[in-house]
Write a protein that binds this ligand. Structure first.
Ligand SMILES: Cc1ncc(COP(=O)(O)O)c(C=O)c1O
Length: 405
């Protein structure tokens, strides 16, 4: 299996500037093919989706192609793919919809490991319904969130469990399938999984994870800025979101408010095709796109894993750096703090050397506080499929210089 990082880098115009990007967890740099697909969609004939004119047919094909591409990415049904402006918006919408059926005394479980986008919408929806919120805590020493931390909170009144598939602050990958098995012992409970950070690094198997609802955001995996929610069409059929009277009541259209941004859908199809192509197989090679994505993500994991080892070996030799990412299963995203120096200073120092690694708590404010880092967080170093050994070496040299400065 080949993984040609040079070929991928050559496809990404922003990397030609020479900057070493460790800011992928905030949003990846975009391949030219993705930008071209967006431009082609906009400059071809394009109308509201329909079946009569070329513009209508182009829009319809983009909608259907988008749903097939996302279903291939997560292992779901194309009819269960809901477009949204962001994961945050989709989670707010689905929380409001589900909460219509919650009563006082019902319970919702959220985790302190999560980005606020998978906490606050549930808390606010629970408050309006009079439901009780229960918190699952991770171990601040290890960063682990074991299934029992969630399982111990479940009761027959649990209506919803919200948990991340990977922490965007620490990289921790909880055992979501194990959590799902516990949740589904309670027939009234649904599991909502935040896959925004996870889907950038791992082959997603939504049915295997046992996620009833799953959100991810293509701008974290080489695509344009929007979000996607996926669920079984049967579950979506049972839900009644607020919608306009004349708008389609079919699934998934019922959940997609207003006209879709067809050009963004085109960009996401292209991003998923770029990912599938990373396996080193030809576009129409053996197996369908889902099979190629499985192979590609295995290659991405090996590539990012090798870079992570190089990075961690280098960090171990830098006195005064504390690495906070310690879970056994985690993405190649490291949170660092520095003795006597702020992570914001480190970020500014590195940026001046063309090494981009941001500092903060990245909206995972509950996690940051639970780690004892307040709202300040740390320096987040995130590896993406386009990083190479040279990037890692420049980061390590930059950190060494920062510590000497
Ligand atoms: C783990 C995680 N969840 C949710 C979000 C929010 O995603 P969006 O910007 O699509 O609302 C982010 C964004 O950084 C994230 O990293």
């Amino acid at each position: 299996m080949t993984y040609d990082v040079g070929a991928l880098r050559a496809e990404i115009p922003a990397l030609q500037s020479g900057v070493a990007h460790f800011d992928g967890p905030g949003g990846t740099q975009t391949p030219a093919r993705v930008a071209a697909a967006i431009a082609d969609a906009l400059t071809g004939p394009l109308s509201i989706r329909g079946r009569l004119t070329p513009g209508e047919v182009n829009a319809e094909n983009l909608v259907q192609g988008f749903r097939r591409a996302v279903a291939d990415l997560v292992g779901g049904d194309p009819s269960g793919v809901v477009f949204g402006r962001s994961a945050t918006q989709l989670t707010y919408d689905v929380a409001r919809t589900l909460a219509k059926d919650w009563s006082p005394g019902d319970e919702v479980v959220v985790s302190r490991l999560d980005h606020d986008a998978n906490i606050r919408p549930w808390i606010q929806a629970a408050e309006r319904a009079g439901a009780r919120v229960r918190w699952a805590d991770f171990d601040p020493q290890t960063g682990e969130l074991p299934p029992s931390a969630v399982g111990d909170l479940l009761t027959d009144r649990t209506r919803l469990v919200a948990v991340t598939a990977a922490s965007n602050l620490l990289g921790t990958v909880p055992d979501v399938a194990g959590i799902a098995r516990l949740v589904h012992r309670h027939p009234g409970a649904l599991l909502h999984v935040d896959g925004v950070h996870y889907a950038a690094h791992a082959f997603v198997d939504q049915p295997g994870l046992g996620a009833d609802l799953f959100v991810c955001s293509p701008y974290k995996f080489l695509g344009p800025h929007h979000g996607v929610l996926t669920a079984s069409p049967e579950l979506l059929e049972r839900l009644r979101p607020d919608k306009l009277l004349p708008s389609a009541d079919t699934v998934p259209e019922r959940f997609e408010l207003g006209t879709l941004p067809y050009e963004s859908l085109a960009g996401t199809i292209a991003a998923i095709d770029v990912l599938a192509g990373l396996a080193g197989l030809a576009g129409d090679g053996p197996g369908g796109r889902r099979d190629r994505l499985r192979t590609a993500f295995a290659a991405i994991e090996r590539h990012e894993g090798a870079l992570r080892e190089r990075l961690e070996a280098g960090l171990a030799g830098l006195p005064g750096v504390t690495q906070r990412s310690r879970a056994t299963e985690r993405t190649p995203t490291l949170l660092l703090t520095f003795d006597g120096r702020t992570s914001a200073d480190a970020s500014v120092f590195l940026a001046a050397r063309g090494v981009h690694a941001p500092a903060g708590s990245f909206y995972a404010v509950e996690a940051s506080r639970h780690l004892g880092l307040g709202d300040t967080g740390g320096l987040r170093v995130g590896l993406s499929p386009y990083n190479d050994e040279n990037d890692v070496d420049r980061l390590l040299e930059g950190l060494e210089a920062f510590l000497r400065s």
